[in-house]
Ligand binder design. Structure first.
Ligand SMILES: O=P(O)(O)OC[C@H]1O[C@H](OP(=O)(O)OP(=O)(O)O)[C@H](O)[C@@H]1O
Ligand SMILES: Nc1ncnc2[nH]cnc12
Length: 171
């Protein structure tokens, strides 16, 4: 399947100079969405994760079906102020802005094998921050899976050379 053909590219959103990769067109296509998740499952199964972690909001539409398909749990990473229990937090910057991410303190048990999933790897800021949060909680990162990688933003360089990264579509 040509997954790239399912992605809509919007110029100058949310600010000038950004070529926004809109995944809603892929999500609306049932067979394409399922096939994309299946490809991620193939990668993820080999890593034998105990739990999937995904950052709000688009990380949920990738991470949750992955977790359900694999029969493992899912732990959300949310923008600050959204989680009700005790949290740990870390600041990060994006291709277009700044924010802070948070996880519940008990979301990961020490020693758990964690696979991180998101829709898109751009500068790597979101995933680097997610990795830091998971490691602070004692989790072991066993893999990183994305639908899309924007290779021209060099996000992989932030992730550490020993990170096992899967991306379905590259720009
Ligand atoms: O590699 P980076 O430069 O960190 O960029 C990638 C992140 O940016 C987008 O999320 P965004 O923060 O726009 O939030 P959303 O999922 O709630 O739309 C995307 O879903 C990734 O999580
Ligand atoms: N160019 C882009 N398209 C979609 N999501 C993004 N998140 C960060 N950069 C992005």
């Amino acid at each position: 399947m040509d997954f790239k053909e399912k992605i809509r590219v919007i110029l100058d959103y949310p600010q000038e100079g950004v070529r926004f990769k809109d995944i809603t067109t892929l999500l609306a296509d049932g067979p394409a969405y399922r096939a994309a998740i299946e490809r991620m499952v193939e990668f993820a199964q080999e890593k034998k994760p105990d739990i999937i972690v995904g950052p709000e909001a688009r990380g949920f539409v990738v991470g949750c079906p992955l977790a359900v398909q694999m029969g493992v749990g899912f732990a959300p990473v949310r923008k600050k102020g959204k989680l009700p229990y005790e949290t740990i937090q870390a600041e990060y910057s994006l291709e277009y802005g700044k924010d802070a991410l948070a996880m519940h303190k008990d979301a990961i048990k020490p020693g758990q094998r964690v696979l991180i999933a998101d829709d898109l790897l751009a500068t790597g800021g979101t995933i680097k921050t997610t990795i830091d949060l998971v490691q602070k909680l004692g989790g072991e990162i066993v893999g990183l899976a994305f639908l899309i990688e924007l290779t021209y933003l060099n996000g992989r360089e932030k992730l550490g050379s020993d990170s096992d990264v899967f991306t379905l579509i590259q720009y």
